[in-house]
Design a binder for this molecule. Structure first.
Ligand code: SF4
Ligand code: SF4
Ligand code: SF4
Length: 352
């Protein structure tokens, strides 16, 4: 592929055509701030904090929506750009409920990070503020529009990735707001509670209820793993505090899913530490399930299988494996059914 050359902040860079200034800057560790950008979504250019100076251009250009061309000269960190970014963030904060002390997003909030980087300590723009009712009528997601910055990421991920289009913008100007059809709660729409909108929200406007108050982002350890639920093999980040899973997140830069996950992968982790989870085998004695040793449990199953096989043949037995096992365990299960029991009656719960 033909190469193109450009200059960003006096650095000569060689790259391929078709990329945006934001992508090329990111690949070369040049940070351009963003709020409405998510690599899973089409460029939107709404928040304007990624504006950059391009030599010869009549106006500042959004780095997220401007493709690089050969010979381009770009500046990302001039004084006028700093002033613009600062004013945008000040305006956003002027109608924002600043409850960073207890906000679930503190420490992973892009608005908070940007305000910090720009050194914003005071509000220059006193004026009218909105007060919205928090929506939490579903078991998984809380919507607090008092912290919404109208970036449209939730609207776009639900439409572009989930193909579900639950959200839309209503009203204009200062009163513009993200809402649902007829302003219903999420459970009154066809929302699947997949949490994709939560995963892209750059502030605390959309948060997960299951993980509330369970751990700050700086207290947790992240462990990457593969989702156990189906054959797609999505990569998940298990967030752990004191040996317990407190949240599941995703990384937009890695895995075959590139940051996307369904409701099962994102919210279906409570079985791991659930008090009702079996921790020892059970055998039915006199009609009651009682705890037993692994030796006795395995002997009981082997005896019963042998009797059934002798009386009715191998195909009288079927095996149903679990998506919560590893690939290796599932391989062994089908090998056991085919080679030891002698039947092809083997299936997997993820297909159900
Ligand atoms: S959304 Fe961000 S800026 Fe707003 S209260 Fe929460 S942490 Fe603070
Ligand atoms: S949870 Fe999923 S389906 Fe529901 S609004 Fe968010 S992205 Fe759309
Ligand atoms: S709810 Fe979050 S993702 Fe949606 S528009 Fe508001 S800030 Fe953006």
């Amino acid at each position: 592929m033909a190469k193109i050359n450009l200059v960003i902040n006096d650095r000569k860079i060689e790259t391929e055509p078709g990329k945006t200034i934001l992508e090329v800057a990111g690949e070369n560790r040049i940070k351009i701030p963003t709020l409405c950008h998510d690599p899973r979504l089409k460029p939107y250019g709404a928040c304007r904090v990624c504006l950059v100076e391009v030599e010869g251009a009549r106006t500042f250009l959004p780095a997220c929506a401007t493709e690089v061309i050969d010979g381009m000269v770009v500046k990302t960190n001039t004084v006028p750009l700093y002033e613009i970014r600062r004013t945008i963030v000040e305006l956003l904060l002027s109608d924002h409920e600043l409850s960073c002390v207890t906000c679930e997003s503190a420490g992973q909030c892009q608005l908070q990070d940007l305000a910090y980087e720009l050194g914003i300590e005071e509000n220059r723009f006193e004026g009218e503020k909105h007060t919205y009712t928090i929506e939490d009528y579903n078991p998984l997601i809380e919507r607090d529009l008092n912290k919404c910055i109208s970036c449209g990421r939730c609207v776009r991920i639900c439409e572009e990735v989930q193909q579900n289009s639950i959200y839309t913008f209503a009203n204009r100007g200062f009163d513009a707001i993200v809402t649902t059809p007829y302003d219903r709660s999420l459970i009154e729409t066809k929302c699947e509670l997949c949490g994709q909108c939560v995963s892209t929200c750059p502030t605390g406007a959309l948060t997960e209820k299951m993980s509330r108050y369970k751990g700050r982002i700086w207290e947790i350890e992240k462990v990457k793993t593969i989702c156990p639920y189906c054959g797609c093999g999505c990569e998940l980040e298990i967030q752990i505090k004191n040996g317990e899973i407190v949240r599941v997140s995703t990384d937009v830069e890695s895995g075959i899913n590139k940051g996307n996950a369904c409701a099962k992968g994102r919210f279906g982790y409570d079985f791991v530490n659930h008090p009702n989870r079996l921790t020892s085998p059970l055998v039915r004695k006199n009609g009651e399930l009682v705890e037993t040793s692994w030796d006795e449990a395995i002997k009981t199953v082997a005896d019963k299988f042998s009797k059934i096989k002798k009386k009715h043949g191998s195909d009288a037995i079927a095996g149903l494996s679990s998506a919560k096992c590893t690939n290796e365990e599932n391989y062994l299960m089908q090998k056991f059914m085919r080679a030891v029991i002698g039947t092809n009656n083997i299936d997997h719960c993820a297909r159900l």
